[in-house]
Design a protein around this ligand. Structure first.
Ligand SMILES: Cc1cc2nc3c(=O)[nH]c(=O)nc-3n(C[C@H](O)[C@H](O)[C@H](O)COP(=O)(O)OP(=O)(O)OC[C@H]3O[C@@H](n4cnc5c(N)ncnc54)[C@H](O)[C@@H]3O)c2cc1C
Length: 296
């Protein structure tokens, strides 16, 4: 593949890479190319090459909300360590690179005595993925703290937008309808009491550990919360807890999670998703929409 050697001239890249190794579900298809630009310069060159050759690409952060349902014939562009940084901005602001883990940003905020991101401490995503998804937990959502996001267009140019321009809603952002790559995010926090902040973080972590199957591969809550309901409760009320197809299972601990109990294929997960959706529609008349981004 000529394109592959061109990509290799720009940045580190592998061919025919298993996405199971790069996603928290630990299952799924292979990407034709997995590219790891080492910074904004390489990313800009890579995006220009890909858009010039009409090659599809998808950005991967920490892979904690992704399922590759089949092989992906394009380029998976990994935003990780290359964009992993945190800087202080003024009294109450922090700027974090898109590849920074949200948990690290939440910890850094605690160290600076800046409150607002305590409940983000257990979300296992990158800052880029969290902006894209408007990730949230226990009353926190990115929308509450985001001030500005820098992103790169396919032509390699960089733009800045205020949070108000990002169409943030429940697990929704304007990035879902664009082909931009998030580079960094600025959050605006408030001075807080470190002991109280730490207690809140511990409380969120304890709730998560008690109520979620954190020791099994998954992509978190599989379905979005339908208006007026909780997906997990509807699934549980339909008697689906523990339902297993191949290696995919509706978690007996939290019915909103589909977990990989060992050797699951993406097909197992997708089949189980359909059974859950059909049963909940039949029993409760409610359509469950996946929160997990299913590729392919
Ligand atoms: C055990 C577990 C618990 C979880 N708990 C929560 C929770 O409490 N709350 C919650 O909201 N989510 C939760 N999640 C889901 C997930 O962690 C979040 O959605 C997270 O924000 C995804 O970030 P990521 O870096 O892993 O993104 P990825 O999974 O890598 O990507 C998700 C989407 O974002 C896009 N994307 C990623 N980075 C960029 C970038 N730099 N530029 C442009 N697009 C990008 C990808 O293309 C993809 O469409 C959980 C997941 C797991 C496994």
């Amino acid at each position: 593949m000529d394109l592959f050697s061109d990509i290799r001239k720009i940045c580190r890249a592998g061919a025919d890479v298993s996405m199971a190794e790069h996603t928290s579900f630990r299952c799924g298809g292979r990407a034709a190319v997995f590219a790891e630009p080492a910074g904004e310069g390489e990313l800009s060159e890579l995006l220009r090459l890909l858009s010039g050759s009409d090659t599809p690409y998808i950005v991967i952060g920490n892979g904690s909300n992704l399922l590759f349902a089949r092989d992906y014939a394009g380029v998976a562009v990994h935003i990780g360590r290359a964009l992993d940084f945190i800087e202080r901005k003024g009294e109450n602001g922090l700027i974090a690179g898109a590849g920074t883990m949200l948990s690290r940003l939440s910890r850094a905020a605690l160290e600076y005595g800046l409150s607002g991101m305590e409940c983000a401490c257990g979300i296992p995503g990158s800052v880029g993925g969290a902006c894209f998804m408007n990730a949230g937990a226990y009353g926190f959502e990115m929308k509450n703290v985001l001030r500005e996001v820098r992103s790169m267009k396919p032509d390699g140019s960089v733009i800045r937008r205020s949070a108000e321009e990002l169409g943030l809603g429940y697990r929704k952002s304007a990035f879902m309808d664009s082909d931009e790559v998030i580079l960094s995010a600025e959050v605006s926090l408030a001075p807080g009491d470190r002991a109280e902040m730490e207690a809140l973080m511990n409380d969120c972590t304890a709730k998560r550990n008690a109520k979620q199957p954190v020791n099994l591969p998954s992509a978190g809550s599989f379905f979005k919360r339908p208006e007026g309901y909780f997906a997990g409760k509807l699934i549980e009320d339909s008697g689906l807890k523990g339902l297993t197809i191949g290696g995919a299972q509706v978690s007996p601990l939290h019915a909103g999670f589909i977990v990989n109990v060992g050797g699951a294929t993406a097909d197992d997960v997708v089949q189980l998703m359909h059974v859950v959706q059909e049963t909940v529609m039949h029993d409760h008349g409610v359509a469950l929409e996946p929160e997990v981004r299913i590729i392919g």
